[in-house]
Design a protein around this ligand. Structure first.
Ligand code: PEP
Ligand code: MN
Length: 338
């Protein structure tokens, strides 16, 4: 349940409303937005008396919230969340955030080279997997700790914040110390223990949608992180499993609209993993921006045919530059900048 305060409420009226809610044994989350102040009940809100609360002075409206996610819910937090990544970048405002880089970190030459290219083309963060979730145990599993250190080297050269996937809790101390944005991959979206652990730190978390997860399940995973105290969650739509086999996954662009309606969290789209084919990335990236995405995650490799992972869906630095030019045009049409 949420209480929406009148625009001219007094401090005493706010205190009284909070007290009235707490009397029912719930905790109260206060969200002071640009236009409205909202009090959200956390915990079992079933006993709250809507009639009684709506008669309190200073209260405009009382609403039951049927969705199971609360902190991720726009009803609790009407303003868009804008999340700081690194010292100079945000995700969730008018400015689109383009995160780019190879699927996996392979060598210093590779990651520094790609970092320089994507930075020059306008990317605001560098991605690269050091720990890779591979379907086959015989496939390249990533360079591990060395990969994280190579990302740090690339960051030192180009100055972009680094984004990389956390596969398990053992890697968390290293990631806390070094990484700017921690990615939780599609396969770990419902690893609730891991979600709780990243909820207890303050780093931004890029939470990918699970391979076969509904929008509600995805938002509930965000809720796990938020409920532990970390407000810095960025959602990432990366395609879902459908009966279609032409593409690696099916990019669910309607999820961008749904999530932005239901939640205040920023959403980025990953057309690379969604389509699995480099030639589709440009158009799907443009479509994602038109659909209202707050940013994109694009796989870029200096030599896709020799990539150790996801070469088929990786674009070259030159193709990435051309994509950025196209994205600027779409961004302009939808009132965003790049
Ligand atoms: C990745 O970003 O390289 C990755 C493995 O993504 P996903 O978890 O979406 O498959
Ligand atoms: Mn990949």
């Amino acid at each position: 349940m949420v209480i929406i305060m009148k625009p001219d409420f007094t401090e005493q009226q706010l205190k009284d409303a909070i007290g009235a809610m707490e009397a029912y044994g719930v905790q109260v989350m206060v969200s002071q937005g640009s236009e409205t102040t909202i009090l959200g009940a956390e915990g079992d809100a079933s006993a709250l008396n809507q009639e009684q609360l709506s008669q309190l002075a200073g209260v405009e409206r009382v609403m039951r919230v049927s969705e199971p996610y609360k902190k991720a819910n726009r009803k609790y937090h009407p303003d868009d969340s804008v999340i700081q990544i690194g010292a100079h970048t945000t995700i969730g405002g008018t400015q689109l955030a383009i995160i780019a880089g190879p699927c996996s970190v392979e060598s210093e030459e590779q990651i520094v080279g790609v970092a320089q290219a994507v930075e020059a083309a306008g990317a605001v963060a560098l991605r690269g997997g050091a720990y890779k979730p591979r379907t086959s145990p015989y496939a390249f599993q990533g360079k591990g700790v060395e990969g994280v250190h190579l990302l740090e080297k690339a960051r030192a050269v180009v100055g972009l914040p680094i984004v990389t996937e956390l596969m398990g809790p053992d890697q968390l101390p290293l990631f806390e110390e070094t990484v700017d944005v921690i990615q939780i991959g599609a396969r770990n979206m419902q690893n609730f223990d891991l979600l709780k652990k990243v909820g207890r730190i303050h780093k931004p978390i890029l939470l990918k949608r699970g391979l076969s997860s509904t929008i509600e399940e995805w938002l509930m995973s965000a809720e796990y992180i938020l409920s532990e105290g970390n407000p810095n969650v960025i959602l990432c739509e990366r395609g879902i499993r459908t009966f279609e086999t032409y593409t690696r996954n099916t990019l669910d662009l309607s999820a961008v609209l749904a999530v932005k309606r239901q939640s205040h969290l920023p959403v980025v789209v990953d057309p690379s993993h969604a389509c699995g084919q480099a030639w589709m990335v440009e158009r799907m990236a443009m479509a994602a921006v038109a659909a209202g995405a707050d940013g994109l995650l694009i796989e870029v490799h200096n030599n896709p045919s020799c990539a150790l992972c996801d070469g088929a869906q990786s674009v070259t630095p030159a193709q990435f530059e051309a994509i950025m030019d196209k994205l600027r045009l779409v961004a302009d049409c939808v009132g965003r900048t790049l």
